[in-house]
Design a binder for this molecule. Structure first.
Ligand code: SF4
Length: 486
């Protein structure tokens, strides 16, 4: 635990974190999240956070060392996608019971599980996740992993982020530390090139990175590793030879980006692929960084040409939605880093932003939002469910864009809602992703269900209707097709 405590303290003083930089020494020491109270881990424990970050490495076997419920708790909470291997979709757990713990069998069970996985699946690596129970009973997971790696001849990586050490966000960062300690830099690639980049913090939700990758391919930029979305173990292990990096979701893996810069001189910038302007900006900055690291300056012209072409196509496609969406009011409650990109793109097609959360936006993005909205009252850090409900039920917005947690507030207020957070089912990255987002907004707003549900119920129009006997008549079962034939 002592090395884990040191790691956590190290994460708490992350110099690349803008928010951390604004804190005084005392506040910094307390960490990045509020102290946990009973039930507060409902948003995800540190183990959950580590699993979220690492599970999208698709050819690795992810073994959870702990009671069955830990695996159940963290299973499948993001819709990331793989273009090949499916092993990451297989759930492995040592499934410890009281008896294993009382009899001191848990380390043995772990070793046995590692042997089984190696024999049955022969993966390129196995990641072993510590949980509260195994950490509290003092299992030496590092030693078991080391022994198994020697015995079975494959990397066995301990992920030391038991749930009780903190929040999901802390777990994200501990996952980054595990990659730095045990994976990155362990394989030397033999095909290093001047256009190699890493994309960090990209989860490939609903396969959305596949909308961006073709753009980079056209520029001749090779993705050495995308961590973690659709990643392969070997790519992650070789990622220290990239020339530059882009950090997509800064809160999750900022420590990884900063330490890779320190150890392997890989410069990085924070960017986003959400929105047309943001995508163009990201492509430009990738090209600029590569040129600084020795790539041919022609890539800058190629990038400008590609941006001009793609932006023209995207805006033309978006124009088609203008007549249907112009003047419609949007409330953005994502808490994500994408608020600015969304605000800008939606305003461009004539939609009105009645409010946007800026909780995870950078100072620069907040400033941009303030300027385009012309009123900082439309910006909020977070909004209480009651306030959200009031706003929606008073029809102050035509649609809410948010995460799954607030969807029922919108539905209760009979207001269209669209998921733009990690559980979403549609890809929204890049130019095509922005068009898809607008298409989904259009579908949600114009769904005929809303006029139906907003109609008053019969008993609201005529209270006596409730008193009258039901007009429902029983259908003869013989007239219904048998279930098997449906
Ligand atoms: S690691 Fe701990 S907090 Fe997280 S799911 Fe398991 S028991 Fe719960």
């Amino acid at each position: 635990m002592s090395s884990l405590s040191a790691k956590i303290q190290d994460i708490f003083v992350e110099p690349a974190c803008e928010k951390n930089g604004r804190k005084d020494a005392g506040a910094r020491k307390k960490g990045c999240s509020k102290p946990l109270t009973p039930g507060a881990t409902a948003g995800g424990c540190a183990f959950d956070g580590a699993k979220v970050v690492l599970q999208p490495i698709t050819d690795v076997a992810h073994l959870v060392h702990g009671p069955l419920a830990c695996e159940g708790n963290s299973w499948d909470n993001r819709g990331t996608a793989s273009s090949g291997p499916t092993l990451w979709r297989t759930s492995f757990t040592t499934d410890l019971t009281e008896l294993d713990i009382i009899m001191g069998q848990s380390e043995r069970r772990l070793f046995h599980a590692l042997r089984q996985i190696k024999e049955a699946y022969a993966p390129p690596a196995i990641f072993v996740y510590a949980t509260c129970v195994t950490e509290l009973i003092g299992d030496d997971i590092r030693a078991v992993c080391k022994r198994a790696a020697e015995k079975f001849g494959l990397p066995v990586v301990p992920i030391n982020a038991p749930g009780f050490v903190g929040s999901k966000n802390l777990g994200n960062k501990l996952a980054g530390e595990a990659l730095l300690d045990h994976v990155i830099g362990t394989v030397e690639p033999d095909d290093v090139g001047p256009y190699d980049i890493n994309i960090l913090g990209e989860f490939n939700l609903s396969g959305e990175f596949w909308l961006v990758k073709p753009l980079l391919d056209r520029l001749g930029v090779r993705i050495r590793a995308c961590i973690p979305g659709d990643a392969r173990y070997r790519d992650v292990a070789c990622s220290h030879r990239a020339r530059a990096a882009m950090l997509v979701c800064s809160t999750a893996l900022i420590n990884l980006a900063r330490k890779m810069e320190e150890r392997w001189q890989i410069p990085f910038f924070e960017g986003s692929f959400y929105g047309i302007t943001a995508t163009s900006e990201a492509l430009r900055r990738i090209a600029e960084l590569l040129v600084k690291r020795g790539a041919d300056a022609q890539i800058l012209d190629r990038t400008d040409t590609l941006i001009a072409e793609e932006e023209a196509i995207a805006w033309k496609r978006l124009e088609a939605y203008r007549p249907r969406l112009e003047g419609k009011r949007v409330l953005i409650n994502s808490g994500g880093v994408k608020s600015w990109s969304l605000v800008h793109a939606l305003m461009e097609i004539g939609m009105e932003i009645v409010g946007t959360s800026v909780k995870k936006s950078t100072v620069e993005d907040k400033e941009r939002i303030k300027q385009v909205l012309n009123d900082e009252h439309h910006m909020f850090e977070s909004m209480a469910p009651r306030e959200l409900y009031t706003m929606l039920s008073e029809h102050k917005a035509d649609i809410m864009l948010s995460g799954g947690r607030t969807q029922f507030i919108a539905l209760k207020a009979k207001t269209p809602w669209l998921d733009i957070n990690q559980e979403r089912h549609h890809p929204y990255a890049g130019y095509d992703g922005m068009v898809e987002l607008v298409r989904q907004i259009d579908l949600a707003i114009h769904n005929p269900i809303w006029s139906e549900v907003r109609e008053p119920a019969p008993w609201e129009v005529d209270p006596a209707a409730e008193e009258r006997p039901s007009t429902y008549t029983h259908t003869e079962t013989a007239s219904v097709a048998p279930f098997a034939e449906c």
